[in-house]
Structure formats: structure tokens, C-alpha cells
Design a protein around this ligand. Structure first.
Ligand code: KG4
Ligand code: ZN
Length: 358
């Protein structure tokens, strides 16, 4: 297996890591959370500038912690989509420069494919097909992982992502940013049955509800109305109980859809990825339901759930093994469906069509 150095700068973490054989040799993550906290969310221009300041340090740290030299690195990768374009360009430019200087293959990596690959870091023997429940700040999807680069989206949110809902509810409860970890902590000491909140459902034109698609914007509005009502009645808001009731509703909604999807599609492993995979309520509900249905559920270690470069390096190592490389003209894309991942390796596409033509 290839040894790859990868850089991740799609949002507010500046990260660099080296992965060999699905084994993490080093993983450096410099969080910008403290910088963005004063604004209550990520400010794209501030994020780009911070990445510029921190990226060289993260790369140097990843090399020294791995105790490797450039001659032992087979390829250099960076997240190129989706994300904040200015932020992505910093990591992408650093990776391309290193690839030119050290004459190594360069690979652009899709951020969500990286979140899928986080599961391989703790389960190196994991093999597709399996179902990935991907729950991050910007995405909530159920993805059929068929092979490296071959994905089918079976379900997704129609509005807010799960992580976005955590962040928005935390903001309206005045808890700070990022909201997920704060709500999670409070929920553990609150009563999840204190308030009944609505689970977002997607109606089908033919009647009934979509079994795998989700919605979280109505839930966020229901929490807002609950807070307004309670504030009129009471001086002290029962924040812990609201957090616990909200978290329980999200965890149940995601669990129900993931289990139904796995059973319907005959997939007996569910790998979970993205920042919300760190959520204790979701972990408990999903594990319990998976046990009841004899399904295997994989949770990456917390440090590989939120953004990191080890997951990007892990995906890149497998692509490189398969002969996939990206041109140095590859750009950054704010949006890109995971089903288009193979567009990042156009030379390989051309090679394949030549082979197929015989
Ligand atoms: O995957 P990630 O680090 O970045 C994106 O690709 O979006 O996910 C960040 C999201 C944020 O919305 C954050 O609030 C949420 O993950 N998050 C959590 C927890 N830890 C992070 N949500 C719920 N519970 C947590 N423990
Ligand atoms: Zn992410």
C-alpha cells in the first residue's frame, strides 16, 4: 500500500497527516475554532488567512511525527471539494507545490470520501459493500459504498444537515460555537423525554413518507417556538432538557433511516462518519438498534469523526494504489456530489475508455 501525505483545509481545521497501509503514521490538526468563536460561526476569509498561516507548520509536524523523509512518501494529496473555495485553495496549492518540488504524484480528494475512509483507519479489514451514514456540518447522507470511488446516494437531508441543526439550536440557546459538542455534553445530564419534538419527514407524491430522506429545519423551528413559549412562562430556560430532547429526536430520526436502508439494501455493516458521528446519543441509539437487527455498526474514534487529514490520506492511498492521480490543473470546488469522485482522476478515465475500446 502507498504512503501518502495529505492536507485538509476545507473549513476551519488546518490538518496534515501521513497514512501508510491504512495505518496512521501521524496526524496534525490545528483547529481555528477559537478564532471563529467570536463571530459565532466560520468566517470564510478569516479561515483562508488562518490556513495560510498554519499549513506549513501542520505539514512539518506530520513529517516529523511520522519520522519519515520525502523519499519515503509515494504521493501528495489535498481535499479539493466540497468546502470553502478560498480555504480549499490553500491546501490544494501547498500539495501541488510539494508534488512538483518532490516529483510525486498529486491527488485531489473529495472531503466526503475522506469521511467514509475514516472507518478504515480503525477497521483496516473493512471491505465494501457497506452503508455509510455520513453526518457532518454540511451533509447528511446515506451512501452505498460499492468500491473505492463508486458511491450511490440512497438518502439525504432535504434542508439542513444534522450538524447544522446542532449548531443552529446551540446558537438559539446561546450556547456558543460549534454547537454539537456543547449540546451533546448538556444532553447527557438532561431529560430526553422532557419535551416532545417533531421528527422531520419527507412526503412522497404517491402517499406515505420517504424511508431514507430526512429534514431538520422544521425541528430547529420547533425548538425556537418551544424556547419562546418557555421564556414567556419562566425566567430560567431548562437548557439541559431542551438539549437532551433535541438530541434524542435527531438520533432517533437518523437511526431509523440508517437501519431501514441497511436492511432494505441487504447491507449488514453501517459505517458512520462526519462530525455528528461523535455524538453520544446517536452512538447509543444506533448501536442498540443495530444489535437488535444483527447489523454491524462502526464508529471511528472521535478524533477521526471531525475534520482531519488522516482520513483524506487514507482515501488518497487507496486511489493511488489503483493508479488514480489528478492533474496539477485541478481546481477547488465548493460543491461536488460524491457520485462524481472519479472526475478528479481524468487520466485514469481516459485510460479506462482506451482499454474498453480494446
Ligand atoms: O465533519 P465535520 O468536522 O465538518 C464538516 O465536514 O462539516 O463536522 C462538523 C459538525 C459541526 O456541525 C459540529 O457541531 C458537529 O459536527 N459535531 C457534533 C459533535 N461533534 C461535532 N454534533 C453532535 N454531537 C457531537 N458530539
Ligand atoms: Zn467534514
Amino acid at each position: 500500500m502507498a504512503t501518502v501525505l495529505a492536507i485538509e483545509t476545507s473549513c476551519d481545521e488546518t490538518a496534515a497527516a501521513i497514512v501508510k497501509n491504512r495505518q496512521v503514521c501521524s496526524s496534525a490538526v490545528a483547529s481555528q475554532i477559537k478564532i471563529h468563536q467570536q463571530y459565532g460561526g466560520v468566517v470564510p476569509e478569516v479561515a483562508s488567512r488562518s490556513h495560510v498561516e498554519m499549513v506549513n507548520g501542520a505539514i512539518a509536524q506530520s513529517l516529523s511525527e511520522a519520522n519519515l523523509t520525502w523519499s519515503e512518501i509515494d504521493g501528495i494529496a489535498a481535499t479539493c471539494a466540497p468546502g470553502l473555495v478560498g480555504a480549499l485553495l490553500v491546501g490544494l496549492t501547498a500539495a501541488k507545490t510539494l508534488a512538483i518540488v518532490h516529483q510525486k504524484p498529486f491527488l485531489g480528494i473529495h472531503h466526503l470520501e475522506g469521511h467514509i475512509y475514516a472507518s478504515y483507519l480503525s477497521e483496516p479489514d473493512l471491505h465494501p459493500p457497506f452503508l455509510c451514514l455520513l453526518v457532518s456540518g454540511g451533509h447528511t447522507s446515506l451512501i452505498h459504498v460499492k468500491n473505492c470511488g463508486n458511491y450511490e446516494i440512497l438518502g439525504q437531508t432535504r434542508d439542513d444537515a444534522a450538524g447544522e441543526a446542532f449548531d443552529k439550536v446551540a446558537r438559539l440557546l446561546k450556547l456558543g460555537y460549534p454547537g454539537g459538542p456543547i449540546i451533546d455534553k448538556l444532553a447527557q445530564i438532561g431529560n430526553p423525554k422532557a419535551f416532545s419534538l417533531p421528527e422531520g419527514k419527507i412526503s412522497l407524491p404517491t402517499g406515505g413518507y420517504h424511508p431514507y430522506d430526512s429534514s431538520f429545519s422544521g425541528l430547529k423551528t420547533a425548538v425556537l417556538h418551544l424556547v419562546q413559549k418557555l421564556q414567556k412562562e419562566n425566567d430560567d430556560l431548562p437548557v439541559k432538557d431542551i438539549a437532551a430532547s433535541f438530541q434524542e429526536t435527531v438520533a432517533k430520526s437518523l437511526t431509523k433511516r440508517a437501519i431501514a436502508c441497511a436492511l432494505d439494501c441487504g447491507l449488514n455493516t453501517i459505517a458512520i462518519g462526519g462530525g455528528v458521528a461523535a455524538n453520544s446519543g446517536l452512538r447509543q441509539h444506533l448501536q442498540k438498534a443495530a444489535n437488535a437487527h444483527n447489523l454491524r455498526v462502526l464508529f471511528p474514534p472521535l478524533k477521526y469523526c471531525t475534520d482531519n487529514a488522516a482520513m483524506i490520506a487514507c482515501a488518497a492511498a487507496e486511489h493511488l494504489e489503483l493508479g488514480h492521480t489528478s492533474p496539477l490543473t485541478l481546481g477547488a470546488h465548493s460543491r461536488m456530489p460524491i457520485t462524481d469522485v472519479m472526475d478528479l482522476y481524468p487520466t485514469f478515465r481516459r485510460y479506462l475508455s482506451c482499454v474498453n475500446r480494446g
